[in-house]
Design a protein around this ligand. Structure first.
Ligand code: PMP
Length: 450
């Protein structure tokens, strides 16, 4: 490894960072992570902290999952790559598809289409949704509905259904026919409705209204995250996603659950759809499917949707979509090992227990620090603090404030993530009680330092 002076001096010289201003990178060196073990990361200066971010919501099993490393290594030795485009397959991806089928059967999802990550999974679901309607003689169903504050990756389709202007405005014009509905965000919404259940009803009525306005026969799919992640861990009322599902069924609109963050246990349930008792038509997964050990994703497909494709032998039903790395055997081997570990360790139990511990601890911090306007979580290990300048008016905190808390928390022993006015926690699902407390202590020190 190059020494720390080389790394710090050259970070921005030939490297652009995602979701970062290149100009800002030139003057502000990032934290350069060089090692990790368990749930801890170590930076180039030798400072070791608990990773409260879990990579990027993805390292659910921590950094020392030996069975995954072994599986990757063995697969690299046996078959490092073979494509699964028409006419070929590989053994590992077949085994994985069967495992995923068993894992997601309770969600009604029985086929897998493999991708290289979350954005690919979203793009796949959006495209297959349009094709499904064409196959059923409803070629006019081309539009998509989604939620403001939703995040669906960065490809052109995903960016078009994204509900955050930061990821859209610099890249417009995006895909036509994408319409955005109010987020189920009780802390801030145009109805000034703080009760989550009443807010859910208002937004469901808005969805009905938008469908009537657009014409149901023009809409292909509604895409949503069961809990909105990047938008600031927005937890809808339990009635919301089932309400969306019912509306979709009534109008022949497909429901795409974007579970890139929520699948595989993060919410304390095996999927966000299962958490809310919903059966989507497509489920986008990535992240924890390989825990960050290999770039990989899968779109799970409902039996009824699969039948429409499989019962039509014409060229119209051929899937004209896919990636060189769809079904990559090394990714498939990593995913198989991750699934086995995810089940063996029964991570949902720990996710629920540690999530409850962190949620209570964050609520305690809120009683100590006025800058914490809202605490969100309550379902496993996705939590957020929204920082405000004034609790009564809910005016957002000044821009540098969350970064200052993050920096001080880092010095005190935990990496947390800043997203706009929010501080986000999404640690590994194997986090211990002591390490959860360690994150809370570091945050406490971070707020004290303000
Ligand atoms: N959908 C959701 C809900 C996500 O959170 C993300 C990534 N954070 C994506 C899609 C895109 O995934 P990727 O970054 O792997 O392309």
């Amino acid at each position: 490894m190059k020494d720390q002076n080389f790394l710090k001096a050259n970070n921005a010289r030939s490297l652009w960072h995602p979701m970062t201003s290149p100009a800002d990178s030139l003057s502000n060196a990032p934290t350069i992570v060089t090692e990790a073990s368990g749930v801890r990361i170590r930076d180039v200066d030798g400072h070791e902290v608990i990773d409260g971010v879990g990579g990027l919501w993805n390292v659910n099993l921590g950094y020392s999952c030996q069975p995954v490393k072994d599986a990757i290594s063995a697969q690299l030795d046996r078959l490092p790559y073979y494509s699964i485009f028409r006419g070929t397959s590989n053994d590992c991806v077949i085994e994985l598809a069967e495992e995923l089928r068993a894992f997601f059967e309770p969600d009604g999802l029985t086929r897998a289409f493999f991708t290289s990550g979350g954005s690919d999974s979203v793009e796949t679901a959006l495209r297959l949704a349009r094709q499904y309607h064409k196959l059923r003689g409803q070629a006019g169903r081309v539009k998509f509905l989604s939620l403001k504050k939703g995040y669906h990756g960065t490809h052109m389709g995903g960016a078009s259904v994204n509900g955050n202007a930061n990821f859209r405005s610099n890249y417009e014009p995006l895909l036509p026919g994408c319409h955005h509905i109010t987020a189920p965000y009780p802390y801030r919404n145009p109805f000034n409705e703080t009760d989550p259940a009443r807010l859910a009803q208002l937004i469901l009525a808005q969805i009905e209204d938008e469908i009537a306005f657009q014409g149901a026969d023009t809409i292909a799919a509604f895409i949503m995250e069961p809990i909105l992640g990047a938008g600031g861990v927005i937890v809808p009322d339990a009635s919301f996603m089932p309400g969306v599902e019912a509306i979709c069924r009534r109008h022949g609109i497909l429901l795409i659950a974007d579970e890139v963050i929520t699948a595989f246990g993060r919410t304390g349930a095996w999927s966000g759809s299962r958490l809310w008792g919903v059966k989507p038509d497509f489920m986008c997964t990535a992240k924890a499917i390989t825990n960050g050990y290999f770039p990989f994703g899968a779109v799970m497909i409902a039996e009824a949707v699969a039948e429409v494709f499989e019962s039509d032998a014409s060229a119209k039903a051929a899937i004209g979509h896919g990636y060189t790395y769809s079904g990559h055997p090394v990714g498939a081997a990593a995913a198989l090992a991750c699934l086995a570990e995810t089940r063996r360790l029964n991570v949902i139990e720990n996710a629920a227990a540690r999530g409850a511990q962190l949620f209570a601890g964050l609520k305690d911090l809120q009683t100590k620090y006025d800058v914490i306007g809202d605490v969100r979580g309550g379902h496993g290990l996705m939590l957020a603090l929204e920082l405000v300048a004034d609790r009564t008016t809910r005016q957002p905190a000044d821009k540098p404030v969350p970064g200052k808390v993050q920096q001080a928390a880092y010095e005190a022993g935990a990496m947390v993530r800043v997203s706009g006015p929010n501080i986000i926690l999404s640690p590994s699902l194997v986090l211990s009680e002591a390490d959860a407390q360690g994150i809370l202590d570091a945050l406490d020190a971070g707020f004290r330092a303000l």
